[in-house]
Design a protein. Sequence first.
Lengths: 195, 262
Amino acid sequence: MLRQAGIEPSIVSSSGQLQAFDQVILPGVGHFEAAMRRLTETGLADDLREYVATGRPLLGICLGMQLLSVSSEESVDGHPVGGLGIVPCQVVHLGALGCTERVPHVGWNAVEVTDSGRKTFKAIPNQADFYFVHSYAVDPDSIRESDVTSYTTHSVRFVSSLRFGEVRGVQFHPEKSSHFGRLLITTFLELSPSC
Amino acid sequence: MLKPRVIPTLLVDGPSIVKGANFDNWRTVGTLPPALNVFSARDVDELVIVDVRASRTREPIDSAILTECFGRCFVPLTIGGGVSDLQTALSLFEAGADKIIVGSASFENPNLIVDIVSVVGSQSVIGAIDVAGADGEWRCLTNGGTVTTTHSPIPSAQRLVDHGVGEVMLTSISRDGTMLGYDLDLIETMRHAIDVPLLASGGAGSSQDMCDVIAEYGADAACAGSLFQFTEVTPADVRQDLFDAGVPVRMTVGASGRRLDD
């Protein structure tokens, strides 16, 4: 999807390289505890914190968004695991929010864009559907309301995207969300300081 | 709210698309890349690709073929067929799969799903149950329908859920490839037994079949193979019929640029 937008991405998997980039996307499919362990072992966790401190744009996707948090409940034995601590918020299981529908939350669901989210969702209709596939989410009570750029409802309301300075996170997968997903990625790419 | 999904299923043998009936009499009917282009252009909700040769022989799917195909598709891709060990599972994710299906191997190695889930999370793993029989007399089959077990589908699915699968894909072998409709008794019985999302598969013969299995029988997703490949019915037709029946469907921008609900 990035190549279709005319961008040639580089994949960074070891420390010391992030500072060379104008924009970073932190993807995520997997398990919070395993991912944090890997990021810490490789030194990428510190690299990400340093990159963010320079004020350049970062987009976290799905697990990538959750990793930005202070902590998550997703661990092998259920005890909270520390995240990157970049965005003040907590990640909990959807059940802990009171979700009575089936978990994991898999499929297409609507995003309710907030005032803070107007720029992130530029040119995308409100209530557009994006593809979600997750069991954990940012607790709306754990985050400052103005940092929330969209909510989504799966019997309970959870934070489906956020913005903290130049750090953005989306719980859904824009790269799997076809037309609207492509629009969202394009908007993010327009944020490059060199544009 | 969460929208039900209409999912084309492609059965493959390596790079060839195959058609069979009741998991037998396979013949080649096309190749994968053009089919992916078509479904990508049709903006489907999700796509499932199962390598039936790999299911039968338990050899790994050729992930080099898949890598070529993934670059064409911007909707979720689920891959399955003979996944029997953690390494194979992880290699499919490396090649670009969003979700994988584990079927036969779960009967022999109960720990396999637990191991995969601990690395990639429940939401990335679909447990598959292939069932032969009808009218309540059901048995699970493995290895692409070539091995009959003594297991029943309901306890087998419950076991998969206990081990951590995010979804269950339930296929009636007796209906598969026939386009005579889903085994609705089977779907209904399974729906009441498990809490994770349920994908109905095997037998879809019309858009009405897919609408009914979602609207009346509680499936979270309806899969179809032959219907989309050999008739004029498209996934968009099914979504339109669901919308007309009052079922919330995914908002998409159609080929004409108009939204489905315009």
